[in-house]
Structures are given as structure tokens and as C-alpha cells.
Ligand binder design. Structure first.
Ligand code: FNR
Length: 364
């Protein structure tokens, strides 16, 4: 199908499924075990309804915002997804270019196919990037990666905390994986029988703990954000540890199956933070299953600063290259403008829990 025939983010998935190589499709689309969490990431949004305001002047709508101090045209960022060259021969730099065009932040994965420097070199103007970090058992390597990223201008360090071991993704395991040239770190063995994910991840340190946070704070001035937090108790610990943010996330359903969806955790977290006067002490990001502007708006109403989107951009990039990613972001912007109008809001600061009916959530 022509790119113009993609009318929403789901359409890119349908096209990608048909045109992508089986191994690449298997790696991108898979999730852990029975993929219950991946499905829940979508269905949780179906339990949240709007309570729109009418007769509000919505002629002018502005949904630009700031994340960790950086201005963005829309409250989304391109989250870290490994192995970009499986889907597109140019890899992650395709996402970098689209992110620049739309004034959206890109999170660079530790396990990118392009080298870190290639992705930074593809940056234009005052474009902002963040680094996603898998922590190596060898802390000297980790320190070098962090300090190099800071020197090259990365504006945030997102430490992935939900993957002491990578989840078992059977769809990925079934397709025979060959490494397209990821920048694999020392300590990994490339045993491809367990799928792409396992093959590239054996360097990750399963002993990482709360005790390590001060060390990260001592080696960098970048804001530190914990990616993959899944309960309010850990959000409170993150505040106490003095980090600047958390990403409520279950890794796109790729880690612990039966982990709850981030939006449920958000609904549980924000009232606790507000009750304790901590809501301005930490920025809360959310990812997993976000496909529509209504999903974005729901997260913002509940108190998120911004949301990460993963697979849809991989699918757009794999099926259509950069024009695909451009269109995917543009579609979200168009949806955003319309839906802000329809709920009766003209700016992000007006998004509020009272615009939602969350009675069908398990927490409300
Ligand atoms: C991921 N994700 C991920 N996260 C991370 O911290 N480091 C990584 O290397 C990767 N790699 C990765 C590869 C692929 C193919 C996917 C789909 C996901 C998780 C990612 O950052 C994010 O949490 C989810 O993708 C969000 O869910 P959606 O938008 O894909 O539904």
C-alpha cells in the first residue's frame, strides 16, 4: 500500500507485517511468554473514557510541552528500541532525521545497530537526544559510555531497570537470527539459538540495585531517569534516591508477562505523589501500547510529562523509511489537535484527571 494510505499508527504495523523479513518482524513484534502484558498495554486504554468540556474556545490549540527542560512540539519521544538495521539498512539515523523534522526527542538505545557516534552525528541544529543505558557488568565500560554520551551532548540518562535478564520472546526465538551488526559489548556471547534479544544482552548486570544509583549520580551531571518502574513504592524510592524521573513501563510487554500496564500504574502513582506533595519532585514518563493521540492525552491527564512510543516507528521505518516515520508523527499531531479540541482543551497544562472517567480501571 502507498504511504498515503496509512491513516493511523496501526496501519504501519499491518504493512510492516507483510513486507518485513521474518526475523526482523519476529524481533520487533514479539513480547514475553503469552504476550498477555503486550495486549494489556492496549486494552488498559480501552478502560479510560473522556469527560469532555463543551463550549470552550478551541480555535487555537497548542500541544507543545517540555520534557526534562527540553521543548518538544508534542508530548511524545521516540523510545529506545534495539537493532534498527533489522528493519531498515540505515538503522537508527532514520529515526534521528524524523525526530529533527518534527522537534521530537529521540532516545538512543545501548544496543543500536548504528554506533552511538553515528546517531549523534546525524543530529541537526539544536536537536536533543537521550541515552538509554543497559548497565554492563564492567562498570568501567559503563562509565565510559555515560561520560562519552554526556560529552557528546546527550540530555538525559535513562537507565533500564526492568531487564536484569531479557524476557523470553518465543516468536523471536523461532526465527533464526543473524546479527546485522549491532555494537555488541564485551561479555556477550552471540548464541543466536535463543533469538536476537538473548544473543546481544549477556553483558547486562543482573546485580544492579538501588545501592548503585549514587554511583551513577557521581559520574554524570545528566538527569537520571529509571526506565521500567512498575509500582508506586518504587516511584517513591526513586524520589528518595534523587533521580529526575521514571518511565513507568513494562518494556512493551517484552519482559515480565503479567506486568500491569503503565497507565494503570500511573493512575495509582499520581494520587500518592500529590498526597505527599511530591508531584513536582520527579517527572513521570509512560510507555507501552501508545498508538493514538487519545492514549497520549489520557496519560497527560493522569499526570505524565510525556510518553514514549516504540514499535510504531520501527514499523514505519521498516515499511517506508524516513517518510514513514514522518507521516506517523504527523498523524499523531493531527489526531492531537483534533482530540484536544474535542475534549475542550487548548494547552497541555489544562489536561487534568477530571477530564477522564477512570472508573473501569482497577485503580481510580
Ligand atoms: C524495545 N525496548 C527496549 N527498551 C530498552 O530499554 N532497551 C532496549 O534495547 C529496547 N529494545 C527494544 C526493542 C524492540 C524491538 C522493542 C519493541 C522494544 C522497549 C521500549 O523502549 C519501550 O519500552 C516499548 O517498546 C514501548 O512499547 P511500544 O510503544 O512498543 O508498545
Amino acid at each position: 500500500p502507498l504511504l498515503e494510505q496509512c491513516y493511523n499508527l496501526h496501519d504501519f504495523e499491518a504493512v510492516a507485517r507483510r513486507v518485513m523479513k521474518r526475523t526482523a518482524w519476529g524481533y520487533y513484534s514479539s513480547a514475553a511468554d503469552d504476550e498477555i502484558t503486550m495486549r494489556e498495554n492496549h486494552s488498559a486504554f480501552h478502560r479510560i473514557w473522556f469527560r469532555p468540556r463543551v463550549l470552550v474556545d478551541v480555535e487555537k490549540v497548542d500541544f507543545s510541552t517540555k520534557m526534562l527542560g527540553t521543548p518538544c512540539s508534542i508530548p511524545i519521544y521516540i523510545t529506545a528500541t534495539a537493532l534498527g538495521k533489522l528493519g531498515n539498512p540505515e538503522g537508527e539515523v532514520v529515526l534521528t532525521r524524523a525526530a529533527h523534522k518534527h522537534e521530537v526527542i529521540q532516545m538512543i538505545p545501548t544496543l543500536a545497530s548504528c554506533s552511538f557516534d553515528e546517531i549523534v552525528d546525524a543530529r541537526q541544529g539544536d536537536q536533543v537526544q537521550w541515552l538509554q543505558l543497559y548497565v554492563n557488568k564492567d562498570r568501567e565500560i559503563t562509565k565510559k559510555i555515560i561520560q562519552h554520551a554526556e560529552k557528546r551532548g546527550c540530555k538525559g540518562l535513562f537507565i533500564t531497570v526492568d531487564a536484569p535478564q531479557l524476557g523470553r520472546r518465543e516468536k523471536d526465538m523461532r526465527s533464526k537470527f543473524t546479527d546485522p551488526g549491532s555494537n555488541v559489548q564485551s561479555g556477550s556471547t552471540t548464541d543466536t539459538s535463543q533469538g536476537a534479544a538473548r544473543a546481544i544482552s549477556s553483558f547486562i548486570d543482573p546485580s544492579l540495585s538501588w545501592k548503585d544509583i549514587p554511583w551513577f549520580q557521581s559520574v554524570t551531571k545528566m538527569p537520571i531517569i529509571l526506565k521500567g518502574v512498575q509500582r508506586v513504592e518504587d516511584v517513591l524510592k526513586a524520589v528518595e534516591a534523587g533521580v529526575q524521573g521514571v518511565v513507568l513501563s513494562n518494556h512493551g510487554g517484552r519482559q515480565l508477562d503479567f506486568a500491569r500496564s503503565a497507565v494503570e500504574i500511573l493512575a495509582e502513582t499520581m494520587p500518592v505523589l500529590r498526597e505527599r506533595g511530591l508531584e513536582n519532585k520527579i517527572e513521570i514518563f509512560v510507555d507501552g501500547g501508545i498508538r493514538r493521540a487519545t492514549d497520549i492525552i489520557k496519560c497527560l491527564c493522569l499526570g505524565a510529562t510525556g510518553v514514549g512510543i516504540g514499535r510504531p516507528f520501527l514499523y514505519a521505518m521498516s515499511a517506508y523509511g524516513q517518510p514513514g516515520v514522518d507521516r506517523a508523527i504527523q498523524l499523531l499531531k493531527d489526531e492531537m489537535e483534533m482530540n484536544m479540541r474535542l475534549i475542550g482543551c487548548t494547552k497541555v497544562s489544562e489536561l487534568h484527571p477530571e477530564l477522564l472517567d477512570t472508573r473501569a480501571l482497577s485503580v481510580h
